[in-house]
Design a protein around this ligand. Structure first.
Ligand SMILES: C[S@@+](CC[C@H](N)C(=O)[O-])C[C@H]1O[C@@H](n2cnc3c(N)ncnc32)[C@H](O)[C@@H]1O
Length: 391
């Protein structure tokens, strides 16, 4: 027989816990004449059973019910479901910690966090040691900080041989230029890449052009083109970020951005670049948009991950108006303009496949090209020619 303190020692519980259990009638000691309670070995065993059920998630009341009568399956089932949910949640937390330690991929996590907290996500990436350029590339291209360096190396290996880095063509650039209601004097092009649109603008108008990109090799390639074409006196290149452009307010009468505004977000771009435009200046942007009102669920899911901000032309026009512009023109680029980008890219993918068979970047680009092939009418690139309101 045990006294309360001896039993407490035996089962590893405190004396006050045992007194509480006694009060709940989980155990019932024999009261001696001197007022002390004593317990049998049976009580000790009952306590061990209670400890196990309690650790399994049952409340003390449920433990008692379980011991005193036939086991109630519904109670146990409910507890089991709760435990399973807790385990699943803990597994998720474990996976995230392991992934943050570099043990597995982080793609889904980056995508989900970017959707609910895009600015905090970028801030956090800079705290992890990524500069703004790499953080934006991670957000839009590699989407996994553990794989980022290899992914970007593969990505640039694929694109370095290609002139066009986004859908478009000379005809589309000229079509948009024709909608500018004055003769441009100073154009800033943002995200010019290797400068295919820059060359078209330079050859078809007499404006001074500042071509901005944050990728040095792309700008070097544009500089070569300019030298060959004898255009260096009218076109200058500038390595800078579109989020922090180093220009005075009202410096340009036209801002041109083909397939690049998405990097900082089209709304932010329209709002932040507006101050660089002169009175009645014009902003020309092209962006990926939904063309169908009823895209398939799989397609929606794909773009929800790749470009959550993808919009319809009508919504972008409303956003432009809210940002202080009026619409001069808007048009969808032609199939030929899409192919000017996709066909050389497809060819490059085929060439590189044997040596880059395991490249995630190659696979992702191939998937995206396939998505377009299968859903040609559901989405496309749209030009917006917008004039800055005077107010
Ligand atoms: C889809 S490509 C389009 C390039 C070019 N307009 C064309 O159509 O070939 C996007 C361009 O934006 C540039 N870019 C990305 N982030 C940038 C940033 N933060 N500041 C300036 N340029 C950026 C890339 O280097 C790339 O050249």
């Amino acid at each position: 027989m045990y006294r309360t303190s001896e039993l407490a020692l035996q089962v590893g519980l405190s004396r006050s816990t045992l007194l509480y259990y006694e009060k709940l009638e989980l155990i019932q000691g024999q009261r001696l004449e001197n007022g002390y309670r004593i317990y049998s070995d049976r009580d000790a065993q009952r306590l061990r059973l209670i400890q196990q059920l309690h650790a399994g998630g049952l409340t003390l009341k449920e433990c008692k019910a379980c011991l005193d009568s036939k086991v109630e399956r519904t109670i146990l089932l409910k507890r089991l479901q709760l435990l399973d949910a807790e385990i699943a949640q803990k597994q998720k937390s474990r996976q995230l910690l392991a992934a943050l330690l570099g043990e597995s991929g982080l793609k889904e996590w980056h995508e989900s966090i970017d959707k609910i907290a895009p600015d905090a996500h970028l801030d956090w990436l800079t705290k992890q040691g990524f500069n703004e350029k790499e953080a934006l590339r991670l957000k839009w291209i590699s989407k996994d900080m553990n794989e980022h360096d290899q992914y970007m190396a593969d990505f640039f290996n694929i694109f370095k041989e290609l002139d066009r880095w986004g859908p478009g063509s000379e005809a589309e650039t000229l079509k948009a230029l024709a909608k500018v209601p004055f003769t441009p004097q100073n154009i800033m092009e943002v995200g010019c890449g290797k400068g295919l649109a820059t060359m078209v603008l330079a050859k078809h108008c007499s404006a001074m052009i500042t071509a901005v990109d944050n990728d040095e090799p792309a700008l070097a390639s544009l500089s070569e083109r300019l030298t060959t074409a004898g255009l260096t006196d009218r076109v200058t290149t500038q390595c800078a970020s579109m989020t922090d452009l180093p220009f005075e307010v009202a410096s340009f009468d036209v801002i041109w951005a083909e397939g690049s505004a998405y990097v900082m977000g089209v709304i932010k771009a329209m709002e932040q670049w507006r101050r660089f435009l002169k009175v009645n200046g014009v902003l020309v942007v092209s962006d990926l948009v939904w063309l169908s009102a009823t895209p398939g669920a799989d397609l929606q899911e794909f773009w929800q991950k790749e470009y959550p901000d993808m919009s319809t032309p009508a919504i972008r026009i409303k956003q432009a108006e809210a940002a202080g512009y009026q619409l001069l023109d808007s048009f969808t680029i032609s199939e030929a303009a899409w192919q000017a980008y996709s066909l050389p890219l497809q060819k490059r993918i085929e060439t590189l496949k044997p040596e880059m068979a395991n490249s995630a970047a190659l696979l992702d680009i191939e998937t995206e090209l396939g998505i377009y092939q299968q859903n040609r009418n559901d989405f496309g690139y749209q030009f917006f020619v917008l004039q800055k309101n005077s107010s």
